[in-house]
Design a protein around this ligand. Structure first.
Ligand code: SF4
Ligand code: ZN
Length: 306
């Protein structure tokens, strides 16, 4: 197979029936990040951008392209942050990959651990939950509910603490589609990915440079650019409802290439979340910004007896 440029093709894109060489595929991938940058005003001179990294393919591809763009634009500081949930045999391995990538790019990696912030690692949280389930199988949340809530707060707090005015997260087109479907299935249609320009006090603005790239393309980009990334899945991921939605979307894409971009377009054309002014308060327990008297993180901590 040949790429349109004449070189040997290495990548097949079923959704538009094209074959691309390494150079043309990487250019396409980076051009999509440039498109997101232009449309959503992601990077500006003077920005201090915290970059959420996990050691996985999405955040590896994101950090690599952001470094490229930041160098081109100038006067942008990137601060990679890794949240160490405390998942033995998983996060320790992926942290090594994140460290290798940061060294390659000349960036310092900041690590924030659940154990330090919440007194418990994810493994300990799940052990507590499983103990409560011995008496009542319906008690406690699935692992990703605890983890997602804790990570969101940890990333925001760490980004704010290091003086960042933006927080880049590695959500790709697949993630946006999955989130829309999950919200529809839960009847929570007011929650979608089209974030507002304004950010409530106490929150660092989240930016999503990868939303025009598919998850598979993030992996291909890392492989073609020879970026270090960890391939294994989190041992708790099978508990997540998101996994079922992901499998469904992958099957739909195989059968009908292009559906992931269609659902992305649907998500982006939905009206923005409206933040009702005056509703934000500080959590009475931890002081972090939230909608209620006590934030979701503190509610879950209490459930765990912390
Ligand atoms: Fe946390 Fe779930 Fe992700 Fe594992 S799969 S790191 S438990 S959110
Ligand atoms: Zn709180």
């Amino acid at each position: 197979m040949q790429c349109a440029c004449g070189r040997i093709a290495q990548v097949r894109l079923d959704y538009n029936a094209t074959d691309l060489c390494k150079e043309c595929f990487c250019k396409l991938f980076e051009d999509r990040v440039r498109k997101a940058n232009k449309e959503f005003k992601l990077l500006r001179r003077g920005d201090v951008i915290a970059v959420g990294v996990s050691g996985g393919k999405d955040s590896a591809a994101m950090l690599f392209v952001l470094k490229k763009l930041a160098d081109e634009i100038g006067e942008i500081t990137l601060k990679p942050i890794l949240i160490d949930e405390g998942i033995a045999g998983y996060r320790d391995k992926s942290e090594k990959k994140a460290r290798q990538l940061c060294e390659k790019l000349g960036l310092e990696l900041h690590v924030v651990a659940y154990k330090d912030l919440y007194d418990k690692s994810m493994d300990e949280i799940i052990a507590v939950r499983d103990k409560t389930r011995e008496n009542d199988a319906a008690r406690g949340e699935n692992a990703c509910t605890y983890c997602g809530v804790f990570r969101k707060q940890a990333l925001n707090k760490a980004s704010r603490g290091m003086g960042a005015n933006k927080l880049a997260i590695g959500h790709n087109a697949d993630d946006v589609g999955q989130t829309l479907l999950i919200n529809l299935l839960r009847g929570e249609t007011s929650r979608n990915e089209a974030d507002t320009e304004e950010v409530p006090e106490g929150f660092v603005k989240r930016i999503k440079p990868l939303i025009y790239n598919l998850e598979r393309e993030c992996a291909l980009y890392c492989l073609l650019q020879d970026l270090p990334f960890h391939r294994a899945e989190c041992p708790y991921s099978k508990e997540a409802f998101r996994g079922k939605v992901k499998t469904f979307l992958n099957e739909a894409e195989n059968e009908r290439p292009g559906v992931k971009f269609s659902i992305l377009n649907s998500a982006l054309s939905m009206p923005n979340k409206t933040e009702k002014k005056g509703e934000r308060v500080q959590c009475a327990e931890c002081g972090e910004p939230c909608n209620n008297k006590v934030c979701r993180t503190c509610q879950l901590k209490k459930e765990l007896g912390a």
